[in-house]
Design a protein around this ligand. Sequence first.
Ligand code: HEM
Ligand code: HEM
Length: 178
Amino acid sequence: MNIPRYDRGAIALHWLHAILVVGLLGWGLYMSDLPKGPERSFAIGLHKSFGVVALLVVALRLWWRLAHPVAPDPRLGALEQRLAGAGHIALYVLLVATPLAGYLSSSFTQYPMKVFGLAIPKAGWPDEALNAFFNGAHKLFAWTLLVLLVGHVAAVVIHALRGQPVLVRMLPARNRPG
Ligand code: HEM
Ligand code: HEM
């Protein structure tokens, strides 16, 4: 059976984004345990910088995805195809909402917004209540994203165990025509 695969751009963006997001989740967990001080400030600064990159990457990914449609996996039933599609949409929603809430939370502080030392525009002004609101949303979205990602990887493994290696769709083909 001819399995429709994601194109090279989508594959490259998927794995770059996956590394970034898993790194941000792990780094977020690590830095939240640090005591107040220069080490914590540095860790948060790095998290914010890579977080803004993740926001740009998801925008690029969505633009690429809309311009390059991919057919669903024909080995899956109609219901499974719908579930996979819905799961991917939920992932995209959280992949946008998480860094956006982080950016908004940091926008409502007194600190400048810096990406690898370079100041970028903020979307707000110092306001503790709004900062706390978006901070709470950022944490909620990040942990929901983690749960969805565990489900995402579990789905890939379950399909492989059932003899439907869906992972090949997201791997570069050796003999891709053209
Ligand atoms: C070991 C980790 C991972 C594996 C094995 C994996 C595997 C896959 C596979 C096989 C697909 C294609 C599903 C299909 O057949 O349609 C896919 C799609 C997707 N993955 Fe992952 N993934 C991983 C991690 C991640 C992470 C960390 C993210 C978050 C950035 C992510 C986000 C997505 C999204 C949004 C899609 C939907 C693609 C689209 O249709 O536009 N994945 N993944
Ligand atoms: C996909 C991107 C992102 C992911 C997955 C992510 C994930 C996380 C996680 C897991 C935490 C720790 C939550 C906790 O303590 O329970 C965290 C904290 C934080 N994130 Fe993000 N983040 C992302 C993007 C951003 C962005 C773009 C910014 C700001 C520009 C940001 C700012 C922060 C800040 C300031 C904290 C510390 C909150 C606190 O300890 O009060 N994050 N993030």
